[in-house]
Design a protein around this ligand. Structure first.
Ligand code: SF4
Length: 175
């Protein structure tokens, strides 16, 4: 696989940083916000295979390759098991015991924005957030624009595939 160029890495990391800053600002000012360390609800209830652009995949792949051979084999086995899975399903990157993401620093865009961004005016979030918003209101929340982010990344990077298709295209380490 072609690695990211210096410019591509810088652009992607800057985009991720901007998202992470917005997310921290929201969780920092709303103590009741559920998306924090310890909540893995969305990772355990993915409604469809994550789709990622080439840049996101290449960055994610770096995180995957840094894992132990045992962890990589476990993830690959889960990816293989998941073909034909009924919805919802648990992300193969989730450490099911600790509830932590095994590739957290390298996770793709959607994992960073879920819970904090709107797509075509509709919230991209789970029922836990919906219930809390009904209770607390959302008047002071600065929602992000998911469509604009995705369009920008797709234009820059291209090559969007599902996570499972990316794995199929890279069947062995180092491809
Ligand atoms: S890649 Fe990580 S953060 Fe994203 S759904 Fe999977 S376990 Fe969760």
């Amino acid at each position: 696989m072609e690695p990211l160029t210096g410019d591509q890495r810088e652009t992607l990391e800057a985009l991720y940083r901007r998202i992470d800053e917005r997310v921290s600002s929201t969780t920092g000012s709303h103590a009741w916000w559920p998306c924090r360390k310890g909540c893995d609800h969305c990772c355990r209830h993915l409604a469809a295979p994550l789709t990622v652009t080439r840049w996101e995949w290449t960055y994610l792949w770096e995180g995957f390759q840094a894992l132990s051979p045992e962890a990589q084999a476990e993830i690959r086995a889960r990816v293989a098991e998941l073909s034909g899975t009924e919805r919802p399903y648990t992300c193969p990157f989730l450490d099911r015991e600790s509830g932590g993401c095994r590739v957290y620093a390298h996770r793709p865009l959607l994992c960073r924005t879920y819970g904090f961004y709107l797509s075509r005016g509709t919230g991209n979030w789970c029922h836990l957030i919906r219930g809390l918003l009904d209770q607390h209101g959302d008047g002071d929340i600065l929602w992000g624009n998911q469509d604009s982010l995705e369009e920008t990344l797709a234009r820059l990077s291209g090559g969007t595939l599902s996570l499972f298709e990316w794995f199929e295209a890279h069947p062995t380490a180092g491809c």
